[in-house]
Design a protein around this ligand. Sequence first.
Ligand code: DAH
Length: 345
Amino acid sequence: MKEKVNELKQEVLKKIENINDLNSLQNIKTEYFGKKGKITELSSILKELDASQKKEFGMLLNEIKTYVTSSIDSKQKEIENRILDEKLEKERIDVTLPGTVIKNGSPNMLEGLIEDLEELFIGLGYDVVEGPEVEKDLYNFELLNLPKGHPARDAQDTFYIKNDEILLRSQTSPVQVRTMLENTEKSPIRIICPGKTYRRDDDDATHSHQFTQMEGLLIDKNISLADLKGTFDIIAKHLFGDKVETRFRSSFYPFTEPSVELDVSCFNCGGKGCNICKNTGWITVGGAGMVHPKVLTNCGYDPDLMSGFAFGFGVERLAMLKYGVTDVRTFYTNDLRVNSDRKDV
Ligand code: DAH
């Protein structure tokens, strides 16, 4: 009997030794410890033995059971560890490799252009100032020398919010007024004010009820139209290249005197005439002028001591010209190609 048990023990141990996977190990468990397993069957023999044999055989049986079970357990651990090691090796991550580059978003063309101009003006010593889009009629019109009933108001068909006092600003010029009023020392001013503006226009390829302007204001002693010309020259060359020339064309704005239209020579045909400049050789990009003495007075500046120039650009118009966009609505449809990285739309 003893021999049989020992043989069985050797047999199992040999089998366990040669095993490499959990399935086969499970099969061995069943083969020896299952209901009809070889070791289980030995236990049933136990019942038939007399007391003295029972004791000896019982101990033997217990010993083989414990031995075999612990051999199976340690084999199981060994296999599990090996599987884990293989998995770790396979899924190994090299943390020193560079990560996947996630492409950042980039500004919409309008935003990109505003940021570009902001940088230019900051370099020229200007501050960037913002003002509210819901504005008082007082700042949007009246203090800018556009009293109620002034015919020039008709050119800016305005969204009124409350009676005729509160409106959606129709231009960024009210930020000039606010800045001058807020300057209690009445010291020099150099600002640009980019921002959204609103007019009751029907939307089409060249009109939008919401659009963007960039206002500029410079106030100091002895400022003349020549300073405006020099500044405009810098802006025009920055936007459209060193070859473009600039010119003033006489115009009218109630808040400037004299007033001018700002023209650049056509960057497309060099002035010869093409469809972009409508065969004139020149493209109008904004309005400007010397701040009207009445506006200076309204905002607490003494026109005998200080003078200044102001200008206003339509940012959409600049972007359309610069990037060859033919429909202003392109800027407002969430087309991801319309960003300052992709200028091929
Ligand atoms: N606010 C004018 C407009 O919306 C543009 C403009 C013209 C602004 C002349 C100015 C200026 O500051 O001096 O049509």
